[in-house]
Structure formats: C-alpha cells, structure tokens
Design a protein around this ligand. Structure first.
Ligand SMILES: C[S@@+](CC[C@H](N)C(=O)[O-])C[C@H]1O[C@@H](n2cnc3c(N)ncnc32)[C@H](O)[C@@H]1O
Length: 281
C-alpha cells in the first residue's frame, strides 16, 4: 500500500504556521463547499467572508466543477498520472474518484500543507494502491519532486498532469511562484499538462476595498495570505506550455458542459477566477 507508513509527512516551512493559527484555507474552502471538516473558528471567519462575498460558495463549487472538467479532458487525451498540489480536504468528485472510475490504475498523489486535509485524504485512500497523499508545501517544489512516495507512485518519464488548482494565489511573491512552476515543469516529460485556477480582481475595480478586507482577513486570521493576480501574471505560469483551447479564461468558460448551471453567465468576471490548461510540448 502506497499510503501507509509515515502517513502525514511534513515537508517545508508552512508546517509550523499551520499549527500556529487556527483557521486554514483548506477548512474555509470545505465550509464554502458545505463540508463537515471545519471547526467553529473556521466557520466564524468563513461567515464574515461570505457576508462580504456571498458568491464565494458558488465560486468554490464552480472551481470544483472546472477541476473535474479538466481532469476528464486530461484522461481523454491519455494522461493517467496526477500530481494534485493544494488538493484540499476530500469532498465530492475527488480526482482519484474521477480518474479511477475510468482507469482503475490511474495514479494520483495529493499534496497539501494542511495536516487535516492530508489525514482525511489518507483515510479515504486506505487500501488504494494507486493513490496517496503527502503533506508538503508547494513553495518547496524540489522537496515534493524528490519525495519517495511521489517518486514511488508517479513515473516522471511518462506524462503527468500537474494540478495547481486554487493554490497559487496562496503564495505571495509572483517571482517565487513562477520559479515554483518552472521547477515542476523541468521535471515533467513531454505531453505533461499544467492545470491552473487562480483568483483575480481584474475587472472588479468597484469591489477592490472589499477584496482588500478579504485579503487582510486571510493574512491576519488564517495560515496563508490570499494574493489575487492579473491575467498577465497568471498567463506567465504557462511559460513553456502550449495553451489548450480555449486558453486562459474565466472560470466557467473553460470547455463548459451542456448541463452546466452558470450563475456568472452574464458577468463572467464575477467568478473572479482565471482557469487554464497547458500542454508541455
Ligand atoms: C481552495 S483549496 C483548493 C482545493 C482543491 N485544489 C480544489 O481546487 O478544489 C486550497 C488548498 O491549498 C492548500 N494550500 C495553501 N497553501 C499551500 C502551500 N503553500 N502548499 C501546499 N498547499 C497549500 C490549502 O491547504 C487548501 O487545501
């Protein structure tokens, strides 16, 4: 079994922070999605954020739906290995469930800084020999790439999908984020893919003060900062990749499916998320 043994493996500087402050992005997100893996302190902060941005629940749900569409697309083009970083607390439609329903031996490694997210993932993956979870910090990409359980499950000579879905906006410095993606890219074989979903405040000028408060709340009350970025910054994470159609677009505009309910149809910028998939030539 790949997920036994040293279970919640700690790598990186975020490990200490996660213990210091009670509220984490993982549990806030779980609350937005209607999950049960959150505590009173998380709910208190989440409620304040939801009052300010009631669409947060919709954004979280639509982000999960994008993740599922992207993963189904990747399976359809023959990618059967997934490195899902900032994977979160397991919820409906987890990556391994989507991919292993199609290919039972498809490989998934979940990575998250949040010990709770990792232990819940490991519990769910008990007995699953093709999926595991490790605790690590996306800001230390080489430690993730060198991790024995990552190397044990994923074959880096074959295409891998690197999922950085709703996680890079928790990393503060733009240069650092680009270096992180470059380090991962250098380790990937041709045919690998990068999937990014990223918060932005582009075209939400009227809401800027509200966002400033939201950023302040994340910085002061949670273990992570929230850093929305401009489209021009997000697109640079795909340097070296060829964008898959339709490119970097608003959340629900990436290969929408016919039965999809889209609350942001008339004002896609209200989703405040850019998403895209790139292929490594
Ligand atoms: C909004 S959730 C996204 C979950 C999932 N990727 C999705 O899109 O449904 C963000 C996740 O990123 C994790 N995270 C934040 N900063 C991180 C870091 N530096 N390294 C690894 N994970 C991180 C949080 O713990 C949280 O579980």
């Amino acid at each position: 079994m790949s997920n036994g043994g040293d279970d919640v493996t700690s790598v990186g500087r975020g490990a200490q922070d996660a213990h210091r402050k009670p509220v984490t992005a993982a549990r806030l997100y779980d609350y937005y999605l209607g999950g049960i893996h959150n505590f009173p302190a998380d709910r208190e902060v989440a409620k304040v954020l939801l009052e300010r941005t009631p669409k947060l629940r919709t954004i979280a749900r639509d982000n999960r739906a994008f993740l599922a569409r992207a993963v189904r697309y990747l399976m359809s083009v023959g990618v059967h290995q997934f490195l899902d970083i900032g994977s979160g607390i397991p919820t409906e439609g987890n990556v391994h469930e989507i991919v292993q329903a199609v290919a039972p031996d498809a490989r998934v490694v979940y990575v998250d800084i949040d010990p709770h997210a990792v232990s819940e993932s490991l519990e769910l993956l008990e007995g699953n020999q093709f999926a595991t979870a490790i605790r690590a910090d996306v800001r230390e990409p080489q430690a993730i790439l060198d991790h024995p359980r990552v190397r044990g499950l994923l074959d880096f000579d074959q295409p891998i999908a690197l999922l950085l879905v709703a996680v890079l906006h928790f990393v503060e410095d733009s240069d650092e984020v680009r270096d992180i993606v470059t380090t991962f890219r250098s380790a990937l074989a041709p045919g690998s893919h990068l999937v990014v979903a990223h918060a932005t405040i582009d075209e939400l000028i009227v809401d800027e003060r509200r966002w400033e408060k939201t950023q302040k709340d994340y910085r002061q009350q949670t273990t992570t900062s929230l850093v929305p970025r401009k489209k021009s910054d997000v697109v640079r994470f795909f340097d070296g990749f060829e964008m898959v159609e339709p490119g970097l677009v608003w959340l629900n505009a990436w290969r929408p499916e016919p039965d999809m309910v889209d609350e942001f149809k008339d004002e896609p910028e209200r989703s405040s998320f850019y998403v895209g998939v790139g292929r490594l030539p």
